[in-house]
Design a protein around this ligand. Structure first.
Ligand code: GSH
Length: 219
């Protein structure tokens, strides 16, 4: 059986959980990282030299890096659906996955740490404002991309939506944290993205709800 390592509160693990559930695969998930620890154990390091979560094991295949996990699951188990057979169409979704990791994620994580991981008394409002504006700029770009479409790469859910949708989920968690809320309201200023977030979140795997119920976690 497929085995996924990583706590359900991690945004990167949630991408894998969402993909597994979206495809309808049976899997076992083992809590690791955060308060569960275990990433420094030699057995885990043998699986994932980077010692982060998620890590996926599938009958001798081991994949880490969340977006690589999403791609692997789609390619192996969702050909013609999440894994478009047309390389051009697939690239149309794939580019947004790389954009998420290289452009959105650095600013997004910085905002998350400034807002959620920094106690309110130590929060730097100017820093939060600057970071929130950077994230808002990224979300505005996504909003433009969504013009006339239901999802980021067309009218069907694609590989693009899962990593970016996971950030939206986490974003909504940030809003319910004790942060200066009005500083971090990017999706509200991006109505199409907000709608996408709403649709994705409504349809997203129950596991993502487990994440929010458990009160979030490190990104
Ligand atoms: N680029 C990596 C980042 C992996 C990462 O940093 N994962 C975090 C959780 S989201 C982690 O392992 N943190 C250590 C911990 O949870 O103990 C990916 O996308 O998989």
């Amino acid at each position: 059986m497929l085995r996924l390592w990583g706590r359900a509160t991690s945004m990167n693990v949630q991408k894998a959980i969402w993909t597994l559930d979206e495809i309808g695969l049976a899997y076992e998930r083992i809590d690791a990282g955060g308060r569960f620890g275990g990433l420094d154990k030699p057995a885990y390091r043998d699986l994932n030299p980077h010692q982060r979560i998620p890590t996926l094991e599938d009958e001798g295949v081991v994949v880490w890096e969340s977006n690589a996990v999403v791609r692997y699951l789609a390619a192996r188990y969702s050909e013609g659906v999440l894994w478009d057979r047309d390389p051009g169409k697939r690239a149309g979704a794939d580019q947004w996955m790389d954009w998420m990791q290289t452009t959105l994620a650095p600013d997004f994580y910085a905002l998350f740490w400034a807002v959620v991981r920094t106690p309110p008394a130590k929060q730097d409002r100017q820093q939060i404002k600057t970071l929130a504006e950077k994230v808002a700029e990224h979300y505005r770009l996504l909003d433009r991309q969504l013009e006339g479409k239901r999802f980021l790469a067309g009218d069907e859910l694609s590989l693009a939506d899962i990593p970016i949708g996971a950030t939206l989920w986490r974003y909504h968690q940030m809003e319910i944290a004790s942060a200066p809320r009005r500083l971090v309201r990017a999706p509200r200023r991006a109505p199409r993205l907000s709608q996408l977030g709403h649709d994705l979140l409504r349809g997203a795997a129950g596991a993502l709800r487990t994440g929010i119920d458990a009160g979030g976690g490190k990104p």
